[in-house]
Design a protein around this ligand. Structure first.
Ligand code: SF4
Length: 338
């Protein structure tokens, strides 16, 4: 039976209102109310995470689809998710899960130990919380990660990076080492569409890097939401200044979805941003995703230009030496593997 968990991070306020401190949305919730993500509820002044272990998806997936290109390349992660999200992106590419109400959907309860056993039995090298925002399932994600670590599996998440620092500290301590983080544009994008602040996302990405974790940033370029020059410059300059030239950047194509019907991002726009990231900001590993131009997903040695990791549908060809160097010029290529 699915346990009802008392939420680990909240603050009591007047009149039995609670402030949730799991993510930076910091919902203030009166008795009987639920938070924005619909996973946390104030019941008579006590605060509960209602859907511990209630999964909407559970399947082995290549690490490259997260995308994480420099983290255990070529491996498979048992990937899991629940329902709901803490962001209201109108272009959500995964809206069937993120916008669903867990109270309506129902689900099977999967205890962390069963999930980890499945990862081991299916030959996965790790586990990954993905498809929609894992932070809102903090307690479950932490338990899965700890259990995975006990069995020698890695643990990573795909996230919008909007957790509080306390939640992030918990994640790092529980052994979550890989973070694929969405950057959804500039302050104007975040204000207009999300009522949020991108500086928090960059703060968290830097916090992870400073503590030895692995970060790859994902910029879904959405037509007329975050695709104008000022916005692009903000994303690239904050990436360069705070995260550094070694942190990989994925520039992804958007397709109309959910409530957003602007045309898909033109390939030329993605190529322009890639050029700017490589030439003007010297970011070493820049990729273009969600297109059929698979060669734009290859890792190129930043020193000599050799194609050192080739990614095509169905396979990954890793040409690096055993100590992760370019076989032609010896340049060290960023790879996270414990
Ligand atoms: S985790 Fe959910 S309830 Fe808590 S602040 Fe974030 S959106 Fe609100």
């Amino acid at each position: 039976m699915r346990p009802k968990i008392e939420s680990r991070r909240f603050r009591k306020m007047k009149n039995n209102v609670v402030e949730c401190l799991v993510c930076e949305r910091r919902c203030r919730i009166p008795p009987g109310g639920k938070g924005f993500c619909r996973n946390r509820m104030n019941i008579d002044g006590r605060f509960y995470y209602l859907y511990y272990g209630c999964l909407s998806a559970l399947e082995p997936r290549p690490i490259e689809v997260k995308p994480l290109y420099h983290y255990y390349p070529g491996s498979t992660a048992l990937t899991f998710s629940g329902y709901g999200c803490n962001f209201p992106c109108p272009w959500c590419q995964n809206w069937a899960l993120s916008k669903a109400d867990p109270a309506v959907m129902g689900c099977d309860y999967v205890p962390p130990e069963d999930l980890v056993l499945k990862a081991l039995n299916t030959g996965c090298r790790g586990v990954c919380a993905s498809f929609k925002e894992p932070t809102i399932h903090l307690e479950y994600v932490l338990d899965v990660s700890r259990k995975a670590g006990e069995h020698g599996l890695y643990s990573c998440i795909v996230t919008n990076g909007y957790m509080t620092l306390d939640s992030l500290r918990d994640m790092l301590e529980a052994g979550i080492t890989g973070y694929s983080i969405d950057i959804k544009g500039c302050p104007k994008t975040y204000r207009r569409f999300l009522a949020a602040d991108p500086e928090i996302v960059f703060r968290n990405a830097k916090y992870i890097l400073d503590r030895g974790g692995h970060v790859e940033m994902v910029y879904l370029v959405v037509t007329r939401a975050n695709d104008w020059e000022e916005c692009i410059e903000y994303v690239l300059s904050r990436h360069h200044d705070l995260l550094g030239e070694d942190t990989p950047l994925h520039i992804n194509r958007y397709y109309p979805a959910y409530k957003y019907n602007e045309p898909p991002t033109p390939l030329e726009k993605l190529l322009e941003i890639r050029e700017e990231a490589l030439r003007e900001y010297s970011i070493k590993y820049v990729y273009i995703g969600n297109t059929i131009h698979y060669e734009l997903q290859d890792t190129i040695c930043p020193r000599c230009g050799k194609r050192v990791i080739i990614r095509r549908p169905g396979y990954v060809l890793n040409r690096l030496t055993s100590d992760h160097r370019c076989p032609r010029c010896g340049e060290k290529i960023l790879i996270y593997e414990a």
